[in-house]
Design a protein around this ligand. Sequence first.
Ligand SMILES: Nc1ncnc2c1ncn2[C@@H]1O[C@H](COP(=O)(O)OP(=O)(O)OP(=O)(O)O)[C@@H](O)[C@H]1O
Length: 581
Amino acid sequence: MQGTEGSPEVDSSPSLYTLRSFIKDYRWHIFICLLSSIINVGIDISLAVLVQQGINQAISGDHFDTWKIGFIALMIVVGFIVKYLVKAFTVSVSTRITRHIQTHIFDHLGNVKISFFAQHSTGDTVSRLTSNISSIQNFLQNDLYNLLYLPLLCVAATIYMLSINWLLFVSCIAIILVSVLLIGIISRPVSKYASELQAHIGRSNSISQDAYMGLHVIKAFGLKPVFSGKYRSAMEDALSSSIALEKRKTWMNPFIVLLKLGPFIVCILLGGYMVIHETIDLGRLTAFLQLLNYLVNPASVLPMVITNLRHVIGVSKHLFELLRQPTERADGNAFGKGSDHLIEFQQVSFTYDGSKQAVDNLSFKVRENTTTALVGASGSGKSTLFQLICGFYEPDQGCCKFYGRDIREWNLKALREQIAIVSQDIFLFPVTIAENLCYGRSSATSEEMIEAAKAANAHEFIMRLPEGYDTVVGERGASLSGGQRQRLAIARAILKDAPVLLLDEATAALDMESEALVQEALKELMKDKTVLIIAHRLSTVRDADQILVLDQGTLLESGTYEELLKREGPFTHLFHAQYSA
Ligand SMILES: Nc1ncnc2c1ncn2[C@@H]1O[C@H](COP(=O)(O)OP(=O)(O)OP(=O)(O)O)[C@@H](O)[C@H]1O
């Protein structure tokens, strides 16, 4: 599928690297966590030294300084306080980091090429932004500190234990390494299962979203079993990935027990033997046991942290895929009037998916302040012309010009400021009517907004609503009739007051009274504008300055209503077909 060219750099880095680039912005916070970890490690090691001295002095009958007892108590209290502060701090940092990721992705999605949204389900995208993000937040909140603190503690404990007795250390570390290795092997598929689980959750979310949005169709066509089946199948897939994930975690349990108990048993047996043969004293053995605790604890927590890290790598991959979607270009200029023809297509060809031509070698010109009607059978390429004019897609061949300049030279934001669209499928946001109208021009005053609503024949029905302009319109404007929704869309376009108006005529579905009101509103909207209108009923194109008759993306003929009827060509056939029907 062809989208607009020239997006900024596409990030192809691995997911963990992308996550790291977000964390990097909080390096001072991370530095504080690291500093606190060093303080904690210092406290832990000095406690071991003091215990060793205390026991040896007690055995030899020496007096143990009381200040040392006070110091041990102080160390324990300081350790608690630092741990508490670090926990509070990591919670705050992890929340900031995840909010940062969320807003960054949300902003990025706003710039992503429109073709992405034609291919991907909204439910899946929303699910990535919610459940994947919360997995990352959990990891940062619970495991980030461990990733900093535990390796430091291990290194410090290792050095001290080696200085006490290397043989005892090697015996214990062998058991630790074997257990950790086995746990690592077993946990390897965890990131794959986590990624699959997220994909299934995304699928089930998108099915439920589709089902709620199309609830009327589902009820009317009795489609409940179809959607229930689809949802159940997605949930079953999610369940089996989740079971596989948990199974893996359970398989790790025996090795975690081995890790937690094995080194102590070896240490007590071998250490006891050494004490009897006086190759180590009891104080050093006790200190060794305490240090072993510093090694075993991290070693038993670290596999879980690593498993969680793998889980996060899996979900990050899924999430950061969104950041790798190419964005629309942000370069280009805003141009003033540079030609008599506001819009010009020169031998334009375009295909969405590389197979069927949606537009084929099409050329036409639109003068300023004229109305051009596009007619043709369904699928003849009328809406595609709108997409090309708005710069949502670029032609494969030929050139689309706006004010005499190739649209590829235009800045897309500036281009779209020149255009107001009223489409057939009106989208209203589930906010108040006032807010919906002001999306046309956020700087509009209340008076201007009401004036636009009056011009669009919408003011009266709005005032009849319980809260007038402050009425919330419901999901996609569901609480309003089709005609009311259209008049609001027209009011929004009037408020935008753009020189070019792209109109998808949709009055055919309305009753006569509603249609008359909408037609009147349209007349007001079209005043002094360059209008391209997709006309579904030929009676509405009588006054157009030119009519373009399209078929399968090609221009069959063009002219005024009278000229085309006189010519007795494709337009006349369409005309007869419609009126005989
Ligand atoms: N997002 C898309 N991806 C792939 N093909 C598309 C897409 N949108 C439209 N098409 C195809 O492009 C061709 C032209 O479609 P287009 O919507 O422009 O026709 P139309 O004349 O506006 O039809 P209608 O009057 O029914 O709205 C059709 O064959 C259609 O299937």
